[in-house]
Design a protein around this ligand. Structure first.
Ligand SMILES: [Zn+2]
Length: 197
């Protein structure tokens, strides 16, 4: 069953108005006092912050790429590494954060380098599991650029493991998605993995 909250989805302010009183109820349910001074504006701040952290639902790859694709002859590997990444795990809505490394092999087209971190954010600013986030970034680049291959590696720390549950502070989760030449050609894959070390 899908829930469809009744407010004007094209108006960001209406979403904030919808979330605030509901979050105030959650504060009360937690045995806090939403009327005390320090918490008076917290529902508003929470609504704004969660709206931003999930803004990936309200944009798409085509919008962020815009006119950022150019003709080119090169078919050498392009790597953007150490892209800062912040997302929310869908199971606990706690942050996970780390780095993404993205590579592609052009097929007559290249993409503006600043577009790659922006594609990462389209998917990171949603409720995620790291595995799906990794695959979505790879598949989006394959679709928008039709390159000979795409590789994505994400390394991240998960607050839901650090603050609760197993309480392991130093474990990192590493996921990868290989498409095209990176999937079929071990030499290409190895070159990428060596370069992001
Ligand atoms: Zn979690």
């Amino acid at each position: 069953m899908t829930m469809d909250p009744k407010f004007n989805k094209t108006d960001p302010a209406e979403m904030l108005d919808y979330i605030q009183p509901r979050f105030r109820e959650i504060l009360a349910a937690l045995e806090e006092d939403p009327t005390r001074e320090g918490l008076l504006d917290t529902p508003k701040r929470f609504a704004k912050s969660i709206q931003f952290l999930t803004s990936g639902y309200r944009t798409c790859v085509d919008t962020v790429v815009g006119k950022g694709i150019f003709a080119a002859e090169s078919s050498e590997m392009v790597i953007v590494k150490d892209i800062e990444l912040y997302s929310l795990c869908e199971h606990h809505m706690l942050p996970f954060f780390g780095k993404a490394h993205v590579a592609y092999i052009p097929n007559k087209k290249i993409i503006g380098l600043s577009k790659i971190p922006r594609i990462v954010d389209v998917f990171a600013r949603r409720l995620q599991v790291q595995e799906r986030l990794t695959a979505q970034v790879a598949d989006a680049l394959m679709e928008v650029l039709q390159p000979l291959g795409v590789a994505v590696v994400i390394e991240a720390c998960h607050f839901c493991m650090m603050m609760r549950g197993v309480e392991k502070q130093n474990s990192k989760t590493i996921t990868s998605a290989m498409r095209g030449d990176f999937f079929t050609d071990p030499t290409t894959r190895k070159e990428f993995l060596t370069l992001i070390k």
